[in-house]
Design a protein. Structure first.
Length: 149
């Protein structure tokens, strides 16, 4: 489990970003899997590749805070039991942490990937007009002629 050394930090402060009166070391964002995927595409937009995260099903607070601060890399977080019971995280939620200083890069990645067609909400409908094979079209015309006469 990631951990800080004894007395490395005296306090941990947390606040909604709109009410924080301090400069954060990281941002924690909760969302559904599609929203987290959208953030992931933004994080990876410039450098490509993969984001590697570890999951244990417990102690996600260490992954959220300590792992992100120690590595300086974003993390995808699967909320643990404590997060669900004490933090009231819902079954449909995941999270992502971003180290401070990545915000401009992530915003630019969101803008560029949006321009490229990656959107939220993810479209769940067919985005094309289906066509029958040519021989079906011929058959339909023949049937239409028979029905007319």
């Amino acid at each position: 489990m990631p951990r800080f050394s004894f007395k490395e930090y005296k306090y941990i402060l947390a606040a909604p970003i709109s009410r924080a009166d301090f400069i954060p070391n990281l941002f924690l964002i909760y969302g559904n899997s599609s929203q987290i995927m959208r953030l992931l595409t933004a994080v990876l937009y410039k450098k490509g590749g993969y984001l590697t995260s570890k999951f244990s099903g417990r102690l996600d607070c260490a992954d959220i805070c300590i792992e992100t601060m120690k590595t300086g890399k974003p993390q995808v977080i699967l909320p643990c039991y404590g997060d669900r019971v004490l933090g009231l995280t819902q079954d449909h939620e995941m999270a992502m942490t971003l180290p401070a200083g990545m915000d401009d890069e992530v915003i630019a990645g969101l803008e560029r990937t949006h321009e490229g067609g990656i959107r939220y909400p993810t479209p769940s409908f067919l985005r094309f007009t289906p066509e029958y094979p040519k021989h079906y079209e011929k058959l339909i015309k023949e049937l239409d002629k028979e029905n007319e006469g």
